[in-house]
Design a protein around this ligand. Structure first.
Ligand SMILES: C[S@@+](CC[C@H](N)C(=O)[O-])C[C@H]1O[C@@H](n2cnc3c(N)ncnc32)[C@H](O)[C@@H]1O
Length: 1004
C-alpha cells in the first residue's frame, strides 16, 4: 500500500460480523486436521475470525457500498436459516431453525479454492505486488500467523514461551518447508503389512480385492516405494516408536480373558480420621450411566472394616415413577464418598474427613491410590470388571522400572517443581502434588518415558536412513507433539465421563485435584492411546502442508514482545494475554517437562530453548517476562502485579509502533469481560502512539462451552483496529472532542443498527469509531479544569451512554428515532436494554456488566441497591475449582456453570420504598411504573391517581412511551401486560372521573 495513499481499510468501514461469528463458533466442533489437534495451547483464536480480520485489514475499503458488499459476501458468504432435526431420547424429533453461512471462505472446509486465490491476489495488489509483512508478537498456538501465511503474507510469529515457540515451529515452519516435498517411505514401513494396510486405507478408497492385492505385493516385497509427504513419514516413524514401546510395555498392560484393556479406574484414598479405615475417594459410584447401559461400582466395608471391597453391578435398574424420581434415585445410589464437606467413611457411619484434613494428608504424602475397576473391550462394547491381582501388582510395580527407563532420557524422571499453590489455577499443590512426576501414576510415567526414549532413538535412525536434517527435524518435532498429546491423556487429572469417554488433562485451563481418575492404555486401541495421538498430529500436518503450499517461509522467534526485533511491517495482528485470564507459562510447564526430555540435545535451538528448568515467568532483574497479572509472582502485591502487566503491554504496543510502517495497522484482540481492564489496555495503545478507529465483537466460543478458567473467557472477543497517529498530532479539548464524537457517531450508529447489529455487539461496534475522535490526539485536556485530562474511561462513559440511549430510543420509538433520544434515567435505560435483549430469562453477566457500565451503574448496584437483578450460579475461580473437586456428578456440572443474571419481575420487586423519592432525587421511571402496577393490582385507583398526579406523569411523554414499550416487551396474555395496558388506558383517559374506586383485580 502506498504511504501517500493511506486509504481506509475494509475493516474500518464494515465487517462480516455475523458470518465470522457463526463460522468461528462452528469451527469449535471441527476436529480432523484442525490446528487445535496438533498440540494443546489455551485459548487459540478460531481460524475463521483470524482470516476475516486479516483480510479485512489488509484490503482497502473500496469506498462504495456496492463493491464493499460484494467483497464482504465473497469473504463471509450469506447467512441463511436452516432447519436442524435432532432425535430426542424419547424418540421424538425436535426441529430447530439455526443460522448458517453459505459461500464465503470463512467456514471450515471453504478456506481453499478460487475465492481464496482471489483474495491472495487482491492483497498482493494492495501492496504493490509484494507480500505484506505481518507480525503476531503474542502468537501462542499460531492461529493468526497460520492464516496470514495462508493469505500469502510474510509472517513473523513471536512468543516468549518455549512450548508456544515449539508449537509455532510445528504449526507453521515445518509444514511450510516440506509442503509439496515427497520421499519414499522407509523400508521398515514398506515391509510391514500392518502399517501398509493403514497406509492403503488412509490414502485411497480401495476395494477389498485391491487392498489384498496390494498387501500381497508388500509381503512379496514387490510394492513400489511411492513417494509420500511429511504426514506419512510421521505416521511411519510413530509406528516405529510404537512397535518398540509395545514390546517394552506389553507386560504392564496384560490382556485378561482375551479382552484388551481400555482403561484402569482409580481412586485416591485416605485413612479415616475416626476409625483409620482406608476410604476410597469417589466422586461418584457410577461407572457408566447411559440409557442402555447402567453400571455401578459397589464399595462395601470389608470384614474387619479396615477398608472396602469393590464390586461391579451391571444392568442397574431404573427406579421411580417419573423422570425426576428416577434422577433422584440414581443420584442416591451413585453417591460417592466425596461431598462438599469432605470424605465420608463407609466403615464408621460416615465420619467426615474434611477438605482441610485431606489437604494436610496430601501434604504429608499420605494420600494413596487404589485400583477400583478395569474397563475392557468386550464382544459387545465396553465391559467392567474388578482388577486381577496381577494387574494390581503390575500397576504399582512400574515404579521400580522408572529409573532404568529414564536413565538415558535427559533430565531423568520429571521431578521439576510445580508452580506454587498460590499460582493462578493450580489446586493440586494444595494436596501435596508438588513435582510434575507426582501428577502421573507410575505406569503412566513408565509409558511416557518409554515412548520418549524411542522417539529419541528414532532421531539416530532418521539420519542413518538418509533423511535430510530438515526432514529429520520436522519428523522428530511432530513425534514430540504426539508425546505431548499422550501426556495430556495420561495424568491423574484425567477424568472419565459417564458416557464412557476419557477426558484429557486440560479440559479447562487449570489443574484441579481429582479424586477418582482414569488411566488409559497407551499401547491399546482406544482413546487416549499413542496411535491416536499420532494420527491427530499427522492429520494436522496433512492439512497444513496442503494449506501452506504457496506460502512464504515464516520467521518464528522465542522472545519477548517487548523487544524490538522486526521493522517495516504492514500489519501487527495479535491476541495478547489478558490480565489473569490464563497462566500460560505455569500451565504449559506440564508440556515443557516432556518436550525437554524429548528434544533436548537434538538441535542447538532445542537445546537452548529447553535448557532452563522451567519456562520463563517474570525476570525481576531484567524486568521482562511473561505478561500476566499474577500477584503470586510479586510476593502477593496485587497492585504491583497489575502495574507490571499494564506497563509490559504498553511497552509491547510501543514496540509494535516502532516496527510498523507509517501506514501500517495494529489489530488487537481482547476478551471483553471487564470494561475497566479493557479501557486500561486501550489507554496503553493510545499512549503508545495509535489512533483506535474500529472495533468488532466476534463471537468465538460456543455459549454452552465448558467453563473456562475463572469464567474469564466470554463468548465474544473484541477486535480493535488501530493506525499510527501522525507525530504532529496536537492535544485536543474535551468539549470539542465530545461534540465531534456525538456528530460522527450518530451516522455510524444508524449504519450499525441498519446492518442488524444488536445487543452488546452494538455497544462494542460503536466503541472503535467513537474512539477515533478521541485518540487522534495524544492527549485530551479538560477545557474547564486546567491541567486535567479526560481519560479513556471518562470518554467511553459518554460514548456508551449515547449508544445505549440510541438503542433505547429505537426500542421505544419502534425503530423510528433517527438518533439518540436521551432523557431516561440510568436504571430505566438499563432495564429496557436488558429486557429487550434477554427478556426475563437468564442473561450472561458479561453483557449485563457492559450495559450497567454504559448506564453509569454497576452490577452490584443493580442487584443490591435497586433490587432489579438476581444472580444465578457463578463464583470466583477458587470456589469454582473446589466445586469441581467435590461435585458429585460430572454430567451435571456443565449445566450449572457460568455466571448468569436474571431481571426481577415486577411482582418480585416489592420493597416498601419502590418508586419513592430518596434523598430528594426522583425515583427511576421503571420503579415508578412497577409501584403503579402494584397499586393497580391492589385495586386502589385513588392511590394510583395520587401517584400519577404527584409526579406529573400524565404529562410526561417519556412515561407514556415507556409504558407502551413495556406493553410490547411483556408476553401477550400475561398479567403484566394486562396491568400495563390498563394503566396506559387509565393515563390516556385523563380527566375522567372514576365512580368506582375499586378496580377489579386483573386475572381474578
Ligand atoms: C492469548 S495467547 C495467544 C493465543 C493465540 N492467538 C492463539 O490463537 O493461539 C497470548 C500469548 O502471549 C504469550 N506471551 C505472554 N507474555 C509474552 C511476552 N512478554 N512476549 C511474548 N509473548 C508473550 C503467551 O505465552 C501466550 O501464548
Amino acid at each position: 500500500m502506498n504511504p501517500d495513499n493511506d486509504r481506509k481499510r475494509l475493516i474500518e468501514a464494515a465487517f462480516p460480523l455475523k458470518q465470522a461469528s457463526l463460522d468461528s463458533v462452528h469451527e469449535k466442533n471441527v476436529r480432523h486436521g484442525h490446528i487445535s489437534t496438533l498440540h494443546i495451547w489455551p485459548a487459540r483464536r478460531p481460524l475463521a475470525a483470524c482470516r476475516a480480520a486479516l483480510i479485512a485489514t489488509l484490503l482497502p475499503d473500496p469506498g462504495n457500498k456496492a463493491e464493499r458488499d460484494q467483497i464482504l459476501e465473497k469473504l463471509g458468504g450469506r447467512v441463511v436459516e436452516v432447519v436442524k432435526k435432532k432425535k430426542l431420547p424419547s424418540g421424538k424429533v425436535e426441529e430447530t431453525v439455526v443460522p448458517e453461512t453459505v459461500g464465503g471462505i470463512l467456514h471450515w472446509g471453504r478456506e481453499s479454492g478460487p475465492d481464496l486465490e482471489w483474495f491472495r491476489k487482491k492483497i498482493r495488489e494492495a501492496y504493490g505486488g509484494r507480500a505484506p509483512r505481518v507480525l503476531d508478537p503474542f502468537a501462542g498456538g499460531g492461529a493468526i500467523p497460520l492464516e496470514a501465511m495462508r493469505l500469502g503474507c510474510e509472517v513473523t510469529a513471536i512468543d516468549i514461551n518455549p512450548v508456544a515457540w515449539f508449537i509455532l515451529k510445528c504449526t507453521l515452519e515445518y509444514p511450510q518447508k516440506l509442503a509439496g516435498q515427497h520421499r519414499p517411505l522407509p523400508d521398515f514401513a514398506l515391509q510391514s503389512p500392518e502399517f501398509m494396510e493403514q497406509f492403503f486405507k488412509g490414502t485411497g478408497k480401495l476395494t477389498r480385492k485391491q487392498l489384498e492385492r496390494n498387501l500381497k505385493a508388500v509381503q512379496e516385497r514387490l510394492f513400489p516405494a511411492s513417494d509420500v509427504g511429511l504426514a506419512w513419514h510421521v505416521r511411519a516413524w510413530g509406528w516405529w516408536v510404537l512397535q518398540r514401546a509395545k514390546a517394552d510395555l506389553e507386560k504392564f498392560y496384560p490382556v485378561v480373558d482375551g479382552k484388551p484393556t481400555v482403561a484402569y479406574l482409580w481412586a485416591r484414598t485416605v485413612k479415616c480420621k475416626n476409625c483409620r479405615a482406608t476410604i476410597p475417594l469417589l466422586k461418584t459410584k457410577w461407572l457408566c450411566k447411559r440409557d442402555n447401559k447402567r453400571v455401578l461400582l459397589t464399595a462395601t466395608p470389608n470384614e474387619d472394616r479396615g477398608g472396602v471391597v469393590f464390586g461391579i453391578q451391571n444392568d442397574v435398574p431404573q427406579v421411580g415413577g417419573n423422570a425426576a424420581q428416577r434422577r433422584e434415585h440414581d443420584k442416591k445410589i451413585g453417591q460417592g464418598t466425596m461431598s462438599r464437606s469432605g470424605a465420608s467413611c463407609p466403615c464408621c457411619n460416615g465420619a467426615i474427613t474434611t477438605m482441610e484434613e485431606l489437604r494436610a494428608e496430601g501434604i504429608a504424602g499420605r494420600l494413596e491410590t487404589v485400583l477400583t475397576a478395569v474397563v475392557v473391550d468386550g464382544f459387545d462394547g465396553k465391559e467392567y470388571r474388578l482388577p486381577t491381582q496381577q494387574e494390581e501388582k503390575g500397576a504399582t510395580g512400574a515404579q521400580q522400572h522408572l529409573e532404568h527407563v529414564f536413565g538415558d532420557v535427559p533430565f531423568g524422571v520429571p521431578t521439576e517443581p510445580l508452580p506454587s499453590k498460590e499460582a493462578l489455577g493450580f489446586r493440586v499443590p494444595l494436596y501435596g502434588i508438588n513435582q510434575w512426576s507426582k501428577l502421573f501414576a507410575p505406569r503412566q510415567l513408565l509409558a511416557l518415558g518409554t515412548i520418549v526414549r524411542h522417539v529419541r532413538k528414532s532421531w539416530e535412525n532418521l539420519g542413518a536412513l538418509g533423511y535430510s536434517p530438515q526432514w529429520a527435524e520436522a519428523i522428530i518435532s511432530s513425534l514430540g507433539c504426539s508425546v505431548a498429546r499422550l501426556a495430556d491423556y495420561s495424568s491423574t487429572v484425567c477424568l472419565r465421563a459417564l458416557s464412557e469417554f476419557l477426558c484429557h488433562t486440560f479440559t479447562r485451563f487449570a489443574l484441579p485435584i481429582t479424586w477418582d481418575f482414569v488411566e488409559g492404555n497407551p499401547i491399546g486401541q482406544t482413546s487416549g492411546n499413542y496411535a491416536g495421538a499420532l494420527d491427530w498430529v499427522a492429520r494436522y500436518i496433512e492439512h497444513a502442508t496442503d494449506g501452506l503450499a504457496k506460502s512464504i517461509p515464516p520467521t518464528v522467534l522465542n522472545q519477548s514482545a517487548k523487544k524490538d526485533s522486526v521493522a517495516g511491517l504492514d500489519l501487527v495482528l495479535t491476541d495478547p494475554p489478558y490480565y489473569d485470564a490464563i497462566p500460560y507459562s505455569d500451565l504449559m510447564y506440564f508440556f515443557y517437562v516432556w518436550h525437554r526430555r524429548t528434544l533436548y540435545g537434538l538441535t542447538p535451538e532445542y537445546t537452548k530453548a529447553f535448557e532452563p528448568d522451567a519456562p520463563p515467568t517474570w525476570d525481576h532483574e531484567g524486568e521482562d517476562g511473561e505478561l500476566i497479572d499474577d500477584s503470586s509472582r510479586f510476593g502477593g502485591d496485587a497492585a504491583k502485579s497489575k502495574q507490571v502487566y499494564e506497563d509490559g503491554m504498553f511497552r509491547s504496543f510501543q514496540a509494535c509502533y516502532g516496527a510498523l510502517r507509517q501506514e501500517g495497522r495494529l489489530v488487537v484482540v481482547f476478551a471483553n469481560k471487564q470494561p475497566e481492564a479493557w479501557e486500561a489496555l486501550v489507554s496503553a495503545i493510545i499512549r503508545a502512539g495509535f489512533v483506535v478507529d474500529g472495533s468488532w465483537p466476534i463471537q468465538t466460543e460456543r455459549e454452552t462451552r465448558m467453563r473456562a478458567y475463572a469464567s474469564a473467557a466470554l463468548a465474544s472477543s473484541v477486535w480493535l483496529v488501530c493506525k499510527k497517529r501522525p507525530e504532529a498530532a496536537r492535544p485536543g479539548w474535551d468539549n470539542t472532542v465530545l461534540n465531534e464524537m456525538m456528530e460522527r457517531i450518530q451516522v455510524r450508529l444508524r449504519e450499525f443498527w441498519d446492518a442488524g447489529i444488536r445487543g452488546p455487539d452494538f455497544v462494542w461496534a460503536a466503541t472503535g469509531p467513537a474512539l477515533e475522535v478521541y485518540s487522534k490526539h495524544p492527549v485530551v485536556k479538560k477545557a474547564n479544569a486546567p491541567g486535567e485530562v479526560m481519560n479513556v474511561s471518562e470518554f467511553l462513559r459518554h460514548v456508551r451512554r449515547i449508544v445505549v440511549d440510541f438503542v433505547v430510543g429505537q426500542v421505544i420509538s419502534h425503530g423510528e428515532a433517527q438518533q439518540t433520544t436521551g432523557g431516561l434515567d440510568d436504571l430505566t435505560t438499563y432495564y429496557i436494554l436488558h429486557r429487550y435483549d434477554f427478556g426475563l430469562g437468564e442473561a450472561p453477566i458479561g453483557a449485563c456488566i457492559l450495559y450497567a457500565i454504559s448506564c453509569g451503574l454497576t452490577d452490584r448496584e443493580l442487584t443490591d441497591r435497586f433490587d432489579l437483578l438476581t444472580r444465578i450460579g457463578g463464583c470466583d475461580a477458587a470456589e469454582e475449582m473446589d466445586r469441581e473437586e467435590t461435585s458429585d456428578d460430572s454430567e451435571e456440572e456443565g449445566s450449572s456453570s457460568g455466571s448468569k443474571v436474571k431481571l426481577k419481575t415486577w411482582t418480585q420487586r416489592h420493597r416498601k420504598t419502590l418508586g419513592l423519592e430518596a434523598d430528594g432525587r426522583p425515583a427511576p421511571l421503571i420503579d415508578q411504573i412497577h409501584r403503579l402496577m402494584h397499586l393497580w393490582k391492589a385495586g386502589d385507583v385513588v392511590k394510583v391517581d395520587e401517584y400519577l398526579d404527584g409526579r406529573a406523569l400524565r404529562r410526561n411523554s417519556l412515561f407514556a412511551q415507556l409504558l407502551q414499550a413495556l406493553i410490547e416487551l411483556s408476553p401477550a396474555g400475561s398479567e403484566e401486560r394486562a396491568i400495563l395496558e390498563s394503566l396506559s388506558n387509565h393515563v390516556a383517559a385523563r380527566g375522567v372521573a372514576y365512580e368506582d374506586k375499586q378496580i377489579p383485580l386483573v386475572g381474578d
